[in-house]
Design a protein around this ligand. Structure first.
Ligand code: GLN
Ligand code: ZN
Length: 757
């Protein structure tokens, strides 16, 4: 049996690409050096796959920022405002990804959205009315040939035309249907060029097929692919799907002339049923995604081989593959020096998953695999009882009652009371929590971690930073202050470290967007709070000011969604455990004089099932109550905030209101302000702070720009309910731009108070 990988992480084992790109952004290396480093990484990644025995290795899965943006550039989908900067090819690309502010002009970045149900973000391409979609780049072929030069035949991957059309934003009067012909022609050209270069396999990634599809979608898919498949000759086409099953279009797909179809057997709950019900044609190859590309637990060979046996019994021509790109798991266990083998033996990161693919494929060819060493070792691992249970936690979860999910009195009464006691000006200004994580802040944390400084020294330094941060905010004139989160590397890892039940890695980075990587903790066992986590920092920060200090926590849904979850208990059970732990912290903060507490749910939307019919029953029906459980015990006058890093919640707006927070801040400056209309239409009760500027880019917004944004917001939101804040935390920003931006923001709020007062 042959093996395939849908895509491989590209950031490098030790985040080499991140550091090189950041050097390039700072002007410390030139483009040639950046490209050289990138090329070297690609080579290492291909070779590793080759050496592990992978048969179908992918090229063009590399990206300097994002693969959807790469595809947009390949197709010539570059908005005029970026072309007009007249920058080099590379810098135009980065201008779209990150925004540009310099001698050539001042443009914001394109919007960024979460890639389906992952924490990876893609850049949303913008199609303008006069955009001409046609092949305008060479990356696909360059990287194919580069691999070939290393002696490796690869399958070239590209985001498929259907998913592309679905993900683009159409900024003019035209829509998808106006661009179908152009995109089909462009992909025809793409196939032609691949055939010219004698590329054997071309992989079209079409994850959009796992969404709910209606007849219009299916027609669109046919319209595109019937024509494309017509024109192919020598190159083979693999239609690759992932993040779910393709139940709405499976029977169509198997009757089309794809040479291979990639299906997800991990997240695709119905995949196996579909194959059993409709069969799978013998002349095609089924790329069976059985090794989980999203989670880090070892594969259960017994289970996987059962599926493979079943497929074989139906004479299906199978290539064993990953369920999705390995982009979503860390690179390798090799650098994990601190975790004991007792833990490590249960995990498989990208590199180890290659080995699993290879081992399983060999077992699959072995009629007596039960006797094989690899099989027996794997079975023993799954039979062993993992040390992960805590009976107190289990009892506490069982004892949760309906009333624990309800905060009293009702929100409108609380809001009135809070207005009186908190005594804030109209349009209160605040930030989302973190302040720039400057070199000294990171150095302090890392020195403490390495044992180079004492705990006292570590705390002393952070206290100094907090004091500076508080003074800084007072000087800028913000109304609600934060302590700056200097003690945190990452909003989830930080809490995980203080909770029982989590396991931590040292180098297990996963790309989140561009050069940003996260290191998700692993939920190993039952979760509980060992000790107060944030109380000392918040109490200290509050002692320095008469203004209100916002306590800062991460919510249960986000902690769960940004960790690698357990596979042996339900998500609902895990989330309830975490919610109880955060509830303990909320109540402790309140008891220690903190009057405003923000519970971030940056990742709430992330695990929303891709199919609407599953939204409530499979997720929201337990995720939203879990959030309420964290704060239902506080006094009416304690104000609860939440924050989300996106504004796409028009469709779940009632669920968001149901979290029963008093205030919500969210991202709004990088996407359109459509959300504001739906807040009004849905009589949204929670007070709102739609971000007035984008913190993902170093660009400084002008006062005028912010005033304009606020004026637009005021046409849709009652002025009593509007807060003024940036999009998200400031930790990734530098000090100068943060200072300039916040000053402009405070000034803008003052102007609005004058004009609206
Ligand atoms: N409070 C966090 C911060 O400011 C929120 C981060 C986030 O939403 N991603 O950094
Ligand atoms: Zn955020």
């Amino acid at each position: 049996m042959k093996t395939a990988v849908i895509g491989f992480p590209r950031i490098g084992t030790l985040r080499e690409l991140k550091f090189a790109s950041e050097k390039y952004f700072r002007g410390e290396i030139d483009v040639a050096e950046l490209k050289h480093i990138a090329k070297n990484l690609r080579k290492i990644h291909w070779k590793l796959q080759k050496d592990t025995g992978i048969d179908y290795i992918t090229s063009n899965d590399f990206s300097h920022y994002d693969i959807v943006l790469d595809t947009a550039v390949l197709l010539g989908i570059v908005p005029a405002r970026y072309k007009e900067l007249n920058l080099s090819e590379t810098d135009t690309y980065f201008a779209m990804a990150r925004g540009y502010q310099g001698t050539s002009g001042d443009v914001k970045a394109l919007a960024m959205k979460k890639w389906f149900n992952t924490n990876y973000h893609y850049i949303v391409p913008e199609v303008e009315d006069d955009t001409v979609i046609r092949i305008s780049g060479d990356k696909l072929w360059d990287e194919y040939n580069e691999a070939k030069e290393c002696g490796i035949e690869t399958k070239s991957v590209v985001t498929g035309p259907y998913t592309m059309l679905k993900l683009c934003r159409y900024t003019g009067s035209k829509g998808i249907s106006d661009f179908v012909d152009d995109i089909v022609n462009a992909y025809k050209e793409l196939i032609r060029k691949c055939e010219q270069q004698k590329i054997e396999w071309l992989q079209f990634d079409e994850p959009a097929l796992v969404m709910d599809l209606d007849s219009k979608d299916i027609n669109l898919f046919h319209k595109i692919y019937d024509e494309l498949l017509e024109c192919k000759n020598d190159s083979k086409i693999l239609l690759q799907t992932y993040f779910g099953d393709v139940r709405d279009i499976y029977s169509d797909l198997i009757n089309m002339s794809f040479d291979g179809i990639g299906l997800d057997f991990v997240e695709g709950k119905e995949t196996l049923k579909l194959v059993e019900k409709y069969g799978f044609p013998q002349e095609k190859i089924l790329f069976a995604g059985l090794v989980n590309g999203k989670n880090i637990w070892r594969n259960d060979y017994g289970k996987t081989l059962k599926v493979l046996d079943l497929l074989k019994s139906k004479n299906v021509n199978v290539v064993l593959s990953t369920s999705c790109s390995l982009l979503h798991v860390p690179y390798t266990l090799e650098h994990e020096k601190k975790l004991s083998k007792e833990y490590l033996k249960y995990f498989a990161f990208a590199g180890e998953k290659l080995t699993e693919l290879h081992e399983i494929s060999e077992l699959a060819d072995n009629d007596n695999y039960e006797k094989a060493v690899a099989f027996i070792a794997n079975r023993e691992l799954f039979e062993e009882k993992r040390d992960c249970e805590n009976s107190d936690v289990k009892l506490r979860v069982k004892a949760i009652s309906e009333s624990d999910y309800t905060r009293l009195p009702k929100r409108s009464e609380r809001q009135k009371l809070q207005k009186e006691v908190l005594n804030l000006p109209e349009f209160p200004t605040t930030t989302i929590g973190s302040f720039p994580q400057t070199k000294d802040v990171k150095a302090n944390r890392s020195a403490y971690r390495k044992g180079e400084i004492t705990k006292e020294q570590y705390i002393e330094f952070n206290k100094k930073k907090i004091a500076e941060c508080v003074a800084w905010q007072e000087e800028i004139g913000l109304d609600v202050l934060v302590h700056g989160e200097y003690e945190r590397n990452d909003m989830v890892e930080y809490f995980g470290e203080s909770l029982g039940g989590f396991v931590f890695t040292e180098k297990a980075w996963v790309q989140s967007y561009g050069t940003r990587c996260v290191k998700p903790p692993i939920i190993w066992g039952d979760v509980y709070r060992k000790n107060p986590i944030t109380v000392d920092w918040s109490v200290y920060a509050q002692s320095l000011t008469d203004k209100i200090m916002k306590g800062m926590l991460t919510g249960p849904v986000t902690i769960l969604n940004w960790s690698f979850p357990r596979e042996d208990i339900t998500i609902k059970e895990s989330i309830s455990q975490i919610a109880l732990a955060i509830r303990d912290e909320v109540l402790d903060l309140e008891a220690n004089g903190i009057r405003m507490i923000q519970i971030d749910e940056a990742a709430l939307r992330e695990k929303l099932p891709l199919r609407k019919s599953d939204w409530y029953t499979q997720y929201l029906d337990f995720a939203i109550p879990a959030f309420r459980l964290t704060h239902s015990g506080v006094k009416p006058e304690t104000q609860i905030h939440t924050h989300m890093c996106y504004s796409e919640f028009t469709d779940i707006i009632s669920a968001i209101d149901d979290m029963d927070a008093d205030v919500i801040t969210f991202e709004a400056s990088r996407s359109d302000l459509q959300i504001l209309d739906s807040l009004r239409e849905n009589h949204f009760e929670t007070e709102v702070g739609p971000g007035v500027y984008d913190i993902h880019s170093p660009r400084v917004p002008s006062v005028k720009e912010i005033v304009n944004a606020l004026n637009i917001m005021l046409t849709k939101i009652e002025k009593e309910k509007l807060w003024v804040n940036p999009d998200c935390g400031l930790k990734t920003r530098g000090v100068p731009e943060t200072e300039a931006s916040l000053r402009n923001m405070v000034e803008a709020a003052r102007e609005i108070r004058k004009s609206e007062g």
